[in-house]
Ligand binder design. Structure first.
Ligand SMILES: NC(=O)c1ccc[n+]([C@@H]2O[C@H](COP(=O)([O-])OP(=O)(O)OC[C@H]3O[C@@H](n4cnc5c(N)ncnc54)[C@H](OP(=O)(O)O)[C@@H]3O)[C@@H](O)[C@H]2O)c1
Length: 287
């Protein structure tokens, strides 16, 4: 069986990829960031040379969007420089790579779902660091896969859905922005997507993956309150301007899945169905 090196196995997405590696009895390693700090080039390359993975799945990233505005160099070290190192090591030891990226490479000025070929123009430093990572990786390893996703949530890690479920369970009020539109994405669905690339090996390059259907953060929060059985009247719409976020966010970040579907990759379920499926596990994790 092909050996897999999973990076970022403790994160929102990585933990779902890890669960699948375990359930399908893959030959894998999933070192923590303490065991293997991706920013340490020599250590990282040595690790790849010894483990010789057929695949490297990179779910690790600096994901603190606001923090990246003041700590751009730190974000860049992980999201761009370390990704270039990863590509170089993969090239040297003949590993295939699946790397994750973001809708934040776009500025949100579109009114049509973004294609893989759409003009990129990040609004914030996090998006800029991720774009640098995509480009560096594909320059050193053109055979790599880059999967752009959006509004990721899951059972592990800190994410919007878990925060709002917590508020709903406590019947607290929530003020949520209604002027940003996107595709919420279940980390479990995306993990299945990652494995569909691994198994089908489509043409290399960039692919979009997010759940089908769209909503605002406000509508997502309302759906969560409804599912939990809390009063949806406790959710109040606000404008993103009133929140004083440090980093700008795109107002529109729908991703087209046409290329994904034409490549015969995994199913793209509707976000409402996927949320419903994951909700019991999220709730039990919080209780
Ligand atoms: N979250 C979203 O809404 C979202 C949206 C679009 C795209 N994405 C992209 O999707 C991917 C997965 O994101 P996520 O939200 O699942 O990430 P996450 O939950 O923030 O997890 C980040 C992972 O990176 C690891 N990591 C941090 N520093 C590291 C280092 N120096 N060396 C090795 N590993 C390190 C962390 O390990 P420790 O726990 O040990 O620190 C953790 O496992 C990322 O590429 C992200 O940019 C995320």
């Amino acid at each position: 069986m092909e050996r897999i090196l999973l990076l970022g196995g403790s994160g929102i997405l990585g933990s779902e990829v890890l669960a699948q590696l375990q359930s399908e009895n893959f030959d894998y390693v999933a070192p923590t960031s303490v065991d293997l700090d991706m920013r340490k080039k020599d250590n990282f390359t040595k690790f790849v040379s010894e483990f010789k993975p057929a695949w490297i799945v990179n779910c690790a990233a600096w994901t603190n969007v606001d923090g990246a505005e003041s700590s751009f160099e730190e974000a860049r070290q992980l999201n761009a420089i370390a990704v270039e190192t990863l590509g170089g090591a993969a090239d040297l030891f003949e590993s295939k790579v699946i790397h994750l990226s973001t809708d934040y490479v776009f500025d949100g000025d579109s009114s049509e779902p973004y294609l893989e070929t759409s003009q990129v123009h990040p609004l914030n430093k996090y998006g800029e660091s991720k774009l640098q990572g995509e480009r560096a990786l594909l320059a050193v390893l053109p055979s790599a896969y880059v999967v752009r996703t959006s509004w990721l949530y899951g059972i592990s890690g800190k994410n919007f859905v878990k925060t709002i479920v917590g508020k709903a369970l406590r019947s607290e009020e929530a003020r949520v922005v209604d002027d940003q539109i996107g595709n919420p994405t279940s980390a479990r669905d995306l993990a299945i997507g990652v494995f569909s690339i691994l198994k089908n090996q489509p043409e290399p390059g960039i692919y979009n993956y997010s759940n089908r259907g769209s909503c605002s953060w406000f509508e997502l929060a309302q759906k969560i309150y409804e599912t939990v059985g809390a009063d949806t009247g406790l959710v109040h719409p606000i404008s993103s301007g009133s929140l004083n976020f440090i980093a700008k966010r795109p107002k529109f970040s729908l991703l087209s899945k046409e290329k994904w579907i034409s490549a015969g990759l995994s199913e793209v379920p509707n976000w409402k169905e996927s949320l419903q499926l994951l909700m019991p596990e999220i709730i039990s994790k919080l209780q």
